[in-house]
Design a protein around this ligand. Structure first.
Ligand code: NAP
Length: 311
């Protein structure tokens, strides 16, 4: 039996087990709590979603785990010495969903929707000068599975797009930058900055007082990555100074966002409840099936997280 090791509610876990069984009727899946001692002592593979590290420690023969989430920073932090490989969810449908969200909220900012919503609440009739998409510079931090798909979708929609990654890249019609200087260049030329970086020791509070100051006056931020990539007090102060005009935030250091956090009340912040790219059960189970099949046929573990790099 392949265990699902998770701290999700039992209902959520049962829904996952049903989808996994539907996708792979030839395999048997079950809850971690249903494993016998013998099964625990021989288990080589597990499916994980917010697992309790103690449960994983109970599986001494574990070779690899398949995460149902794309972001695995919590597992990496909790299991720095893991003797097994962590394979995160790389799902083309997730990238499509994220690119749709990036396009939607880029258009929201590009077409001044926060500004006109505020005007309506004040019964003010004041058109702003029109800016064409090709004149709107969108910078994307992170050109991985989600960043690249988002960059291409923005290009398709006529935006002027730059992106930043750790290693040099080439993506047609996207200005690809890397390294410290590349980041500075990207920030200085982004009217809308989209964050799609994994949370690692290198990206923690990467968007801080100093780096946010590099953005052009009146720029906006979309953070769809992880809350702790942004230093909240620096962001709030940049919004208060008017240096940044708006922030669309889908992710927070503490989720759900506390009811007394003043992000909720700010007219220049859009708060979203971590919805930009939810895992889709059906397509995630197809990815899991493909990875399991690949392992069964080749004996190779699918591409796993690099624990030293942190993503
Ligand atoms: P990915 O494929 O691993 O891509 C990460 C990108 O970030 C890569 O381009 C990588 O550069 C770059 N990067 C990492 N560290 C860097 C650094 N120190 N300096 C410069 N570039 C750096 O990840 P992904 O699948 O696109 O996902 C990105 C993140 O999105 C996830 O980690 C997760 O936190 C978040 N996410 C959010 C939601 C949501 O609903 N809000 C949903 C899914 C995922 P290289 O290409 O050079 O390696």
């Amino acid at each position: 039996m392949i265990p699902l090791v998770s701290t999700l509610t039992v209902e959520e876990q049962q829904a996952w087990l049903a989808s996994l069984s539907k996708q792979m009727p030839e395999r048997s899946f079950g809850l971690f709590s249903e494993l016998s001692q013998t099964q625990k002592s021989t288990c080589e593979f597990a499916i994980v979603a917010n697992p309790d590290p103690n449960d994983l420690a109970d599986l001494p023969k574990l070779k690899w785990v398949q995460s149902l989430w794309a972001g695995v920073e919590r597992m990496i932090a909790e299991l720095p010495e893991a003797s097994f490989k962590i394979v995160r969810l790389v799902d083309p449908h997730l990238a499509e969903t994220m690119s749709e969200a990036v396009l939607a909220w880029t258009l929201f900012l590009h077409r001044d929707m926060p500004y006109y919503a505020r005007q309506q609440s004040q019964a003010t009739w004041q058109p702003r000068p029109m800016v064409r998409a090709c004149e709107r510079r969108v910078g994307i931090l992170g050109l991985g599975e989600l960043g690249k798909a988002s960059a291409l979708r923005l290009v398709e929609n006529g935006f002027s797009v730059s992106g930043w990654s750790r290693q040099a890249k080439q993506i047609s019609d996207v200005t690809c930058l890397h390294g410290e200087q590349g980041m500075q260049q990207l920030l200085e030329s982004s009217d809308i900055l989209v964050c799609l970086l994994p949370l690692t020791t290198a990206t923690h509070f990467l968007l801080n007082e100093q780096t946010l100051s590099l953005l052009p006056a009146g720029a906006s931020l979309i953070n769809f990555a992880r809350g702790a990539v942004v230093d909240d007090s620096a962001l709030k102060s940049k919004l208060d100074q008017g240096h940044l005009s708006h922030a669309v935030l889908d992710v927070f250091q503490q989720e759900p966002l506390a009811s007394d956090n003043d992000y909720w009340q700010r007219h220049n912040v859009t708060v979203l409840p971590h919805i930009s790219a939810p895992t889709h059960r059906g397509s995630a189970c197809q990815v899991v099936a493909k990875n399991l099949e690949y392992y069964q046929h080749t004996g190779q573990i699918p591409t796993a997280v690099d624990m030293t790099r942190g993503y």
